[in-house]
Design a protein around this ligand. Structure first.
Ligand code: ZN
Length: 155
């Protein structure tokens, strides 16, 4: 199969391509890094771009109003909702798959190792700081004790 252009991913995300083609694209996605990054880019644009049709508040409100007016939910609208829910689940699964890929690639592994090393360093520093405080306190107590003894002697 040929690479999928980003415009096609936009159409895919907008649910504008046939189901059979979607499956084909998805199968390709799992075996092609290039198309995976194109897909991720398309998804970012879809989510944060100026085109926010999907977040139109009037849609759901109008839906519930018409539901109140007409009684039972029309089958067509229900079907559309189920379809978009399925698309969201699908995107979520793809993102999860991408995370697993990253983990397998050791990206998170090296990150955790880095955090561990930073943490152990700061732990050591805290340890020595505490030790220093204890030492100082003991020295101070010793000094007081000596002074007291000297004082007794002087009397
Ligand atoms: Zn490809």
């Amino acid at each position: 199969m040929n690479h999928v252009p980003e415009a096609e991913w936009v159409a895919y995300l907008a649910d504008k391509i046939p189901e059979a083609l979607k499956i084909e694209y998805e199968n390709h996605l799992y075996s092609c890094d290039k198309c995976l990054s194109a897909y991720m880019e398309a998804m970012e644009k879809e989510e944060f771009g100026p085109d926010i049709e999907g977040f139109d508040i009037a849609g759901p409100v109008m839906d519930s109003i018409s539901r109140l007016k007409e009684g039972p939910v029309e089958g067509e609208k229900q079907l559309r909702k189920e379809k978009s829910l399925r698309t969201i689940t699908r995107h979520y699964l793809i993102a999860a798959g991408f995370t697993i890929l990253l983990m397998a690639g050791g990206v998170f592994q090296s990150l955790t190792e880095y955090v561990d090393s930073v943490e152990s360093i700061s732990e050591k520093e805290t340890q020595s700081l505490t030790d220093g405080l204890i030492d100082k306190t003991f020295n101070w107590m010793d000094t007081i004790e000596k002074k007291n003894k000297e004082g007794f002697r002087n009397e």
